[in-house]
Design a protein around this ligand. Structure first.
Ligand SMILES: [Zn+2]
Length: 218
């Protein structure tokens, strides 16, 4: 059943597609969720017909995206509450310590660090220089966990994703990966080699963020 501010259509390939009027939306936007399905946010003053036409014009791309997401989601390990608590304990023990090591080495100062559990981000850095880290980080290989920690640490100097932020992140990542390679970390070596042959503007960021996508948040 749909509410007054919602309209449901059934797409032959995608199933239910929920169009939802939203006061906060400025433009029609499509959300694809592996479990909740497809929803389309529609600004209040935009007629449903316009939003449906918009949806139809993007339909083939949405089908591809949705299939891609479902395939990825089917690889998500389902964790029990107990397993999550185990991860939380491990995260509380290991992550603040690793963050402190990297911060000291690269001369970053943060306010406080907290361990969080959410399915939207690996970490965040607030304007007050507090760093939040997702407990899922303990599932990552060292080189990728460090990559996320360094990303948040670099936000202490640049609270955006601009050029200066990326140059700093490449610099500290490159130093850290060289150290891991020296320690004999095989994945760090693989990342370094891939980055060396990449033509991306920020090669280490590109290679690491791509590898990170293999790990869904649980
Ligand atoms: Zn960021």
């Amino acid at each position: 059943m749909t509410r007054k501010s919602e309209k449901l259509i059934v797409d032959p390939d995608l199933g239910n597609v929920l169009f939802r009027k939203s006061i906060r939306s400025r433009r029609v936007s499509i959300r694809i969720h592996p479990v909740k399905g497809i929803s389309v946010m529609v600004p209040y003053l935009v007629p449903y017909a316009v939003a449906i036409a918009f949806f139809k014009s993007h339909r083939s791309r949405i089908i591809d995206k949705s299939a891609e997401q479902k395939a990825r989601y089917s690889n998500v390990p389902v964790c029990s509450k107990e397993e999550i608590e185990q991860m939380r304990r491990k995260a509380k023990k290991e992550l603040p310590e690793r963050l402190a090591v990297l911060a000291f080495r690269y001369d970053f100062t943060y306010n406080r660090v907290a361990i969080k559990h959410n399915s939207t981000n690996w970490g965040s850095c607030s304007a007050k220089n507090n760093i939040n880290l997702n407990l899922n980080l303990v599932r990552l290989p060292r080189v990728l966990c460090d990559y996320v920690l360094l990303h948040e640490l670099c936000h202490l100097s640049h609270h955006d994703h601009g050029e200066s932020f990326h140059l700093l992140l490449e610099h500290v990542c490159s130093d850290n990966i060289s150290r891991l390679v020296e320690e004999g970390d095989p994945l760090a070596r693989e990342m370094a080699e891939k980055a060396a042959s990449s033509r991306a503007r920020y090669p280490l960021d590109k290679v690491c963020s791509r590898a990170l996508k293999q790990y869904p948040l649980v």
